[in-house]
Design a protein around this ligand. Structure first.
Ligand SMILES: Nc1ncnc2c1ncn2[C@@H]1O[C@H](COP(=O)(O)OS(=O)(=O)O)[C@@H](OP(=O)(O)O)[C@H]1O
Ligand SMILES: Nc1ncnc2c1ncn2[C@@H]1O[C@H](COP(=O)(O)OP(=O)(O)O)[C@@H](O)[C@H]1O
Length: 299
């Protein structure tokens, strides 16, 4: 189970009810709850009281690895609030999996380092300045005493993603993996800077959905679009890849013979003004201002 943040309308003791609603049928999953006292903080509920659950063992059938959990907080006195959460549980082919909550959670870690874990996702053509911005932003945050970490597409393809190429399927898997890793960094409380071409809208949208806060209110992903014209990127061509792509020596090169779909919903856009590109420092400043104004630089 994931961590949920709920407001407590009554500041009272609650009884938690977890109901699993099935959609279609295909997999059998057993959900067990022990009679136990749960610290509400581990569920993200800001309460001092302990919460007592009843013992239930439910066997149910799930499909598409999606299921609905409706969590009802029932006041001891009267029934009050019910919340419904759509949980996407990507379990692959494995079953009988159980999520283990830790007593020290994201909220505690964030307090420790006085910042909000999130992902700054930088997308754009090869040569648009993604790595330059990632590096400059990382330095700027460091100088402000904020902990960040860069996940660079090119670098990750030397290790985690070294079995992936540039077919649409491999790019999708590349983005999915980096999204999952970025989510872990954000959960650790870090400002994770992911810098990948990530050319397809559906892959970026999937990451955004994966990185939405569990209550679907706070977005944990800020998308930064390097809106640099292809001609500028191609003129830079610091790795000589555009030249090879134009000569037909690299097939499926983004912007040449493979598509780049610009974001429709980015939080920040970096672009030229009067034909002049902002400096790396200015680009980083734009992102830092956004993080600051939106409360990410404090717990
Ligand atoms: N066919 C093709 N298309 C695009 N890019 C290519 C290709 N082949 C190799 N390269 C190099 O790989 C880097 C992009 O890796 P990413 O992981 O960011 O790509 S993707 O998000 O999966 O599309 C990219 O790095 P950047 O220039 O930093 O973007 C290129 O150096
Ligand atoms: N804001 C900028 N102004 C001028 N040159 C830049 C800027 N950002 C990046 N560059 C240059 O463009 C080239 C490509 O930048 P890079 O960050 O490697 O792009 P990407 O990671 O998107 O491939 C590099 O030579 C870099 O120095």
């Amino acid at each position: 189970m994931r961590c949920y943040r709920f407001t407590d309308p009554e500041k009272n003791k609650f009884q938690i009810t977890i109901t699993v609603t099935t959609i279609g049928s295909s997999k059998t999953v057993t959900i067990r709850k022990k009679k136990t006292s749960i610290n509400l903080n581990t569920l993200g509920v800001n309460l001092n009281d302990s919460l007592f659950t009843t013992t239930t063992t439910t066997t149910t059938t799930l499909s598409y690895y999606f299921f609905l959990i409706s969590i009802g907080f029932k006041s001891i006195k009267q029934c009050c609030n019910f919340y419904k959460v759509l949980v996407m549980s990507v379990m692959g082919n494995s079953t009988n999996l159980f999520w283990h909550e830790n007593t020290v959670g994201k909220a505690e870690r964030q307090k420790l380092i006085n910042q909000q874990g999130c992902v700054v996702w930088i997308t754009g053509l090869s040569g648009s300045g993604k790595s330059t911005l990632a590096c400059s932003l990382n330095s700027e945050l460091y100088s402000r005493g904020k902990l960040s970490y860069v996940l660079d597409g090119d670098n990750l393809r030397h290790g985690l993603n070294k079995n992936l190429g540039f077919s649409p399927e491999d790019r999708t898997e590349n983005i999915r993996r980096v999204g999952e890793v970025a989510k872990l960094f954000a959960d650790a409380g870090l400002i994770c800077i992911a810098s990948l071409i990530s050319p397809y809208r559906k892959d970026r949208d999937a990451c955004r959905a994966m990185l939405s806060d569990a209550n679907f209110i706070e977005a944990m992903l800020l998308s930064v679009f390097m809106n640099m014209p292809l001609e500028v990127c191609e003129a830079r061509d610091c790795k000589g890849l555009y030249k090879l792509a134009r000569a037909g020596k690299i097939k499926g090169f983004t912007g040449i013979d493979d598509p780049y779909e610009p974001p429709l919903n980015c939080e920040i856009m970096i672009e030229q003004k009067d034909g002049v590109c902002p400096t790396p420092c200015d680009m980083a400043g734009q992102v830092v201002s956004y993080l600051d104004e939106n409360g990410f630089l404090h717990a």
